[in-house]
Write a protein that binds this ligand. Structure first.
Ligand SMILES: [Zn+2]
Length: 250
């Protein structure tokens, strides 16, 4: 079971980013997440392949990611897909400095990057989204994920979902309809919602039961994307949700 934590998050344009990945658009802001990952599975390649299989079952779009990762870190290659898609993007895993060995934690960071790209594209509808993953040379267990992302809040939310859900997979909790609901809700919140948002409104708009809407809202609250307050204006005491504003470094 991997230990993964977020050490730092930064957001903004990076003038030299195109040197890391030529597909990075110069004026598109990047989400830079520095993660601390400790993971030493007995059979790393099999563990990663198993994770890829589960992610593919959740979102077949992974099959169409263009992965420019170094040979042994190339993801979803066994699935035979390298075509173009909405979640396309060209990205690659940088050298870990340990080329001779397979770094399971780097491979996991790289899969997390693909998951963030997939979820972001699903939510924002952006036609392309590029990223890159690399290991720190001087600090062990540190990995950087760099993903094109216009809104810090949405990027942080997608990262939190990817982290939470992938860690859930290791605990035997599959990704399925509840997780798809969370992405659908985030997509709607990102595009259309004006706060405050109530479960009843989400239920009405998305055609869900209020319980289902409440579960998805609670999941987004758990990522830190939404905050909830008892809404006093109508004296109902029902929770009202609104997106939290983040500042860089949050
Ligand atoms: Zn890749």
């Amino acid at each position: 079971m991997p230990e993964v934590s977020i050490s730092e998050i930064q957001h903004g344009t990076l003038p030299l980013a195109s040197r890391l990945n030529p597909r990075f658009a110069p004026d598109t802001p990047l989400l830079l997440a520095t993660l601390k990952i400790r993971w030493a599975p007995r059979n790393p390649q099999r563990a990663i392949a198993d994770l890829e299989k589960r992610l593919l079952a959740f979102s077949p779009g992974f099959r169409h990611h263009e992965c420019r990762g170094m040979g042994m870190y190339h993801v979803f290659s066994h699935a035979g897909g390298n075509g173009k898609s909405h979640a396309g993007g060209e990205e690659r895993a940088a050298s870990s400095g340990k080329l001779e060995g397979f770094d399971a934690a780097l491979a996991l960071a790289h899969l997390l990057e693909h998951a963030v790209i997939d979820f972001l594209s699903e939510v924002t509808g952006e036609m392309t989204c590029s990223g890159i993953t690399g290991a720190h040379r001087s600090v062990s267990h540190r990995y950087d994920l760099l993903v094109e992302c216009r809104e810090l809040e949405i990027g942080c939310c997608c990262l939190a979902l990817a982290l939470g859900w992938i860690q859930g997979l290791f605990r035997g909790h599959p990704m399925g309809s509840a997780e798809k609901d969370v992405l659908s809700l985030l997509r709607w919140m990102h595009r259309r919602a004006s706060p405050p948002v109530f479960a009843s409104r989400v239920a009405g708009v998305l055609g869900w039961s209020e319980d289902r809407a409440e579960r998805a809202l609670a999941a987004l609250q758990q990522t830190g994307y939404l905050e909830s307050t008892a809404y006093a204006m109508n004296l109902s005491g029902l929770p009202a949700y609104r997106p939290r504003r983040l500042s860089q470094g949050a």
